[in-house]
Structures are given as structure tokens and as C-alpha cells.
Ligand binder design. Structure first.
Ligand SMILES: [Zn+2]
Length: 338
């Protein structure tokens, strides 16, 4: 018996040692201790700032783990963007602010957040964990340069579509109401997307160990588009289209835009970007639901080929295209309100 106990003691000691090593091996910015706990008391608008310089080395290390080409630096001349982000936070519904309040460590402005040579990044979110690897919160990075554009222009970038005529193809994006086609709207949409990641990290909604062909008994949100072969709406054509973007094959991608739009129309994905990964599907769905259902703002992509409208894509949450996801978020917010 006693021997058994000392065996357990040794096991516990070993476990602690392993935890200690993995904790100290993680980039500092991913450790809760780096950020302290003062952030929990602050109003959300006071958690916005330029990335602190001492976070930079470990942030670069952390980003390269995620295959980012990291040329990230703290943003310069960002005072006006900080004000716009604060405005964007004040504009989102109170219930959304309540959802993120306990988990948003901070929003930091940077430059050079590109993931590859061919795609720019407006924002990203990463999880911060405690010593026991437990979830503590989420840090959001915003690329000042990429968000320094009108909301409709930014939407074209987020969806990888040409807003100006390119070889006869052009997509008119509309994310903003008349009079709101500004940086605040861009920042608000990007924040809503990153808040989606925050909620996913906190509640582990889309499993991080997700695998396409495995049956899951309880995969909740991910089941809606990604698993069930009968209802499997995930389109290889959409994936192939985005592969062309990633490899810089822009001509081919643009040529196949009418097909890509048709596939999207026949799917329950809210946007093209949502088809890239289950976690992006969740973040995009969250953002689009809040933007178009709770805030009643537009989300439209109109594709023209040689001046003729080929496709008009609206928010799947208001046009019935993703009824299952609409039900999911109706329930999600009904529970959050209780
Ligand atoms: Zn994302």
C-alpha cells in the first residue's frame, strides 16, 4: 500500500516535471504568466494597444510554429487605429461584449502579419494557457496596414476576390451600409471574426484534433458542414479554388470564379474563407451571424463576368442557405442570454 502511494507520488512528480518543461518551452506570449492578470479588471476598450516590444521575440517564435512567415513588428503611428478599434468595440452588441469580457487578454496592433507571400492577414487570434495547460484567454493581433482600408475593399481581400475588373471578372463586395464604408466597419468585422476564435478556444467547439473522415458522436458545429457523408457539404472544388490562391495561380482562380460561386451557393458555408478549416468556418459564421442577424448589416458579393451579373451571394443566415447554422447560433445566443 505504502509502496503504491510512493509510486503515485513519483508519477505525480514526473507529471509536474513534464508540465513544467512544456510550459516553459511554449513561447512566452502563449503563457498566461506573461500577460499577468490585470487585464481581467480593465474595460474592453482599455485592452487595446500597440504590441509591447518585449512580446516580439516570443511572438515571432510562436508564429513560426504556425507556419507564418513572421516579419511582424509593433505597429507604428497607430493612435488613430486604436481609437477606431475602441469605437468598433463600442458598436458591437452588449451581449457579444459580455461573451468575450472574461477571456479577451488584449488586442494588439502590429504590422507584417502575412501568413504567406500570397495572402495577407488582417487579424489573428491565439490562445493563452496556464501552467496546467488550462485555457486562460485569447490574444488578438490586428495588422494596422491591412485594416487601413474601406470595409468593402477589405471584404474583397478577406474573400480573395478582385473588386476591380480582372480579365473580365469583377466582384462587387458590400459589407457596409451606406455611409459606413469605413475603417471602423472593417475593424468591427475582423474583431467579430477573432471573437469567434476566442469563443471556440474557450469552449472547444471545433475540436483542435479534428479529422475529416472520422465519425464523431458529438461534433456539434463541425458536423454541420464537415463530417456526415450524407450531409457532407464540404466541396473539394472550393478547396481546389483556394489552393490556387495559396499557390499564387491567380489567373486560373479568377477564371473559375463562376464555378466557385456556384459551389458556395449550393453549400452551407457562410463565405469562401469559411471553407478553409472548421475553425475558420466557426469564426466566419459567428462574425456573419452577429453582423447580418444581430446588427442587420449587409454581406453581399456580386460577381460580374464581362459586365453581366453571374452570381449574387448574400448572408447565408438571412437567405436560408445555412439554416442549420442559423439554428445553431439562435440557440447559442438564447443560452448566452439566460
Ligand atoms: Zn480566422
Amino acid at each position: 500500500m505504502t509502496k503504491g502511494w510512493s509510486g503515485w507520488g513519483a508519477m505525480a512528480g514526473l507529471l509536474l516535471a513534464v508540465l513544467f518543461v512544456t510550459y516553459t518551452m511554449a513561447p512566452e506570449v502563449r503563457r498566461a504568466s506573461f500577460w499577468g492578470d490585470g487585464w481581467q479588471e480593465k474595460p474592453l476598450v482599455d485592452r487595446v494597444s500597440v504590441l509591447p516590444a518585449d512580446a516580439l521575440p516570443s511572438l515571432r517564435e510562436g508564429l513560426s510554429d504556425h507556419h507564418f512567415i513572421s516579419k511582424v513588428v509593433p505597429a507604428r503611428n497607430a493612435e488613430y487605429v486604436i481609437k477606431d478599434i475602441q469605437q468598433a468595440i463600442e458598436d458591437v452588441p452588449q451581449e457579444v461584449r459580455d461573451l468575450v469580457f472574461d477571456r479577451l487578454v488584449g488586442i494588439y496592433l502590429v504590422e507584417g502579419l502575412a501568413q504567406s507571400e500570397h495572402s495577407d492577414n488582417l487579424g489573428m487570434a491565439f490562445e493563452v494557457q496556464g501552467f496546467w495547460r488550462q485555457h486562460v484567454g485569447t490574444v488578438i493581433l490586428i495588422d494596422r496596414n491591412q485594416t487601413d482600408q474601406s470595409a468593402n475593399e477589405a471584404m474583397a481581400g478577406m474573400e480573395y476576390v478582385p473588386s476591380q475588373d480582372y480579365r473580365g471578372m469583377a466582384v462587387a463586395p458590400r459589407l457596409a451600409r451606406r455611409g459606413e464604408n469605413d475603417r471602423v466597419t472593417t475593424l468591427r468585422y475582423v474583431l467579430l471574426h477573432e471573437f469567434g476564435h476566442l469563443i471556440d478556444f474557450e469552449r472547444d467547439i471545433v475540436s483542435r484534433w479534428f479529422s475529416y473522415d472520422e465519425a464523431h458522436a458529438d461534433c456539434a458545429f463541425a458536423c454541420l458542414s464537415w463530417i456526415n457523408p450524407q450531409r457532407h457539404r464540404y466541396s473539394r472544388s472550393l478547396d481546389a479554388a483556394l489552393d490556387q490562391v495559396r499557390s499564387g495561380n491567380h489567373d486560373e482562380y479568377v477564371r473559375s470564379l463562376p464555378d466557385t460561386f456556384k459551389h458556395l451557393e449550393n453549400s452551407n458555408f457562410p463565405s469562401l474563407y469559411a471553407t478553409t478549416m472548421p475553425a475558420e468556418d466557426f469564426a466566419e459564421s459567428f462574425a456573419m451571424y452577429v453582423h447580418t442577424v444581430l446588427m442587420r448589416r449587409p454581406w453581399e458579393l456580386t460577381l460580374r463576368q464581362n459586365g453581366t451579373i453571374v452570381s449574387e451571394l448574400g448572408s447565408c443566415f438571412t437567405d436560408g442557405r445555412c439554416r442549420d447554422k442559423r439554428d445553431y447560433f439562435d440557440r447559442f445566443f438564447a443560452e448566452a442570454r439566460r
